[in-house]
Write a protein that binds this ligand. Structure first.
Ligand code: COI
Length: 356
């Protein structure tokens, strides 16, 4: 993909970088942001005033529709640096496609491709010192769009702002990840917005996730809203189960995010000759496999979480511990994926996108 930076993106450099104040060895996910951000406004029926400016607060009316009706979508992407200082993104075309799919569902106007990639390239060049080399270091990229039109009538806005902000990142989950299989609360329903990266999908998970945390678990694995018998996704990541040597994951649907890491793992599994089945996964099937000693591992896959092994799950009153495997699929996939992302191996699928 060759990128021409559109001439209509204006750039204002920061007068003083904040990079010296950052301890890159102990980053808490999503708390530190680079020197610059991108903004672009939708007004009078078109995206305009595309600009890269110093990162900082911006004034938005308390009557902006985003605050009242949650018209907001986002993406999660990452940039990586190799040992020679080259900067790469991983399948960014997938995120571009998906943010516009999410926007469409939330009645937000789609964002132009040249501005998206032009802004990303220019920002990553400007803030590349914030990307540290070494496996596990990355720059988390958060594009998002919000309704800025002033007014509390409950209808789609006619003004929006698109932002891109950048955050140096290490691990999303530190330590063990223990999950609860949901029996009551639901994340998404047929015909809803579960497939979209709509802000409200995430906010609605916080209360049930807090209940899980009170019981010593970190995350909820959402089940289908009709029966709670089928395992769907974790909200921050898609979910994979390994029974014997077969990998299982739920098919994407109205209710499940079409994760970039998820689809990359399925492709890698095929490439490596690992049997992977995309099918509805029953809670009972997983519990049964655990009882029979055939449930080898469960792991989550997502941009922020990368690949996160699950150490235990609970359902009802029972908790099921999972073994720590030396030769887990999770660590093998993580290694293969990172080798591609950090330009340490061949890229047979053309997933790596060099920025500078
Ligand atoms: C991502 O992996 O980018 C996500 O969307 C998870 C996020 C909610 C932290």
């Amino acid at each position: 993909m060759s990128i021409t930076i559109p001439a209509n993106i204006s750039v204002e450099q920061t007068s003083k970088s904040r990079i010296q104040d950052v301890n890159f060895n102990s980053l808490q996910f999503g708390t530190v942001f680079t020197d610059h951000m991108f903004c672009c406004d939708f007004k009078d029926g078109k995206w305009q005033d595309a600009r890269i400016v110093p990162f900082g607060p911006m004034t938005i009316s308390p009557a902006a529709k985003v605050f009242h009706y949650g018209q907001a979508v986002f993406e999660g992407m990452k940039a990586y640096k190799d040992e020679n200082g080259g900067v790469f993104m991983f399948r960014p075309d997938e995120n571009f496609r998906r943010i516009n799919k999410s926007s469409k569902r939330l009645a937000i106007p789609e964002f132009p491709e040249d501005l998206f990639f032009g802004a990303l390239h220019r920002m990553l060049e400007m803030d590349k010192d914030w990307i540290k080399p070494g496996l596990g270091n990355s720059l988390y990229i958060r594009p998002f769009a919000i309704a800025t039109q002033v007014g509390v009538s409950a209808s789609a806005a006619n003004e929006y702002r698109f932002y891109i902000i950048l955050s140096p990142a290490q691990a999303y989950y530190t330590g063990e990840v223990k999950v609860v299989f949901s029996e009551h609360y639901s994340r998404a329903a047929d015909g809803g917005v579960g497939f979209a990266k709509a802000a409200g999908n995430y906010g609605a998970q916080f209360y049930p996730t807090n209940l899980a945390k009170e019981k010593g678990f970190n995350q909820v694995i959402w089940t289908d809203s009709h029966t709670h018998e089928y395992l769907e996704e974790a909200g921050t990541m898609n979910i994979f189960f390994r029974i014997d040597d077969t990998l299982l994951t739920a098919p994407t649907s109205d209710r499940i995010l079409d994760g970039v890491t998820r689809k990359s793992l399925l492709k890698l599994a095929d490439y490596l000759g690992i049997n992977a089945e995309v099918k509805r996964v029953r809670v009972d099937e997983i519990k049964q496999a655990h009882r029979e000693g055939r449930l080898m591992e469960i792991f989550g896959a997502g941009t922020a979480a990368v690949i996160s092994p699950i150490s235990a799950f609970s359902h009802g009153d029972e908790t099921f511990d999972l073994p720590v495997l030396e030769d887990s699929y999770a660590s093998m996939f993580k290694q293969k994926l990172m080798d591609i992302q950090y330009n340490r191996s061949e890229d047979p699928f053309n997933w790596r996108h060099q920025v500078c």
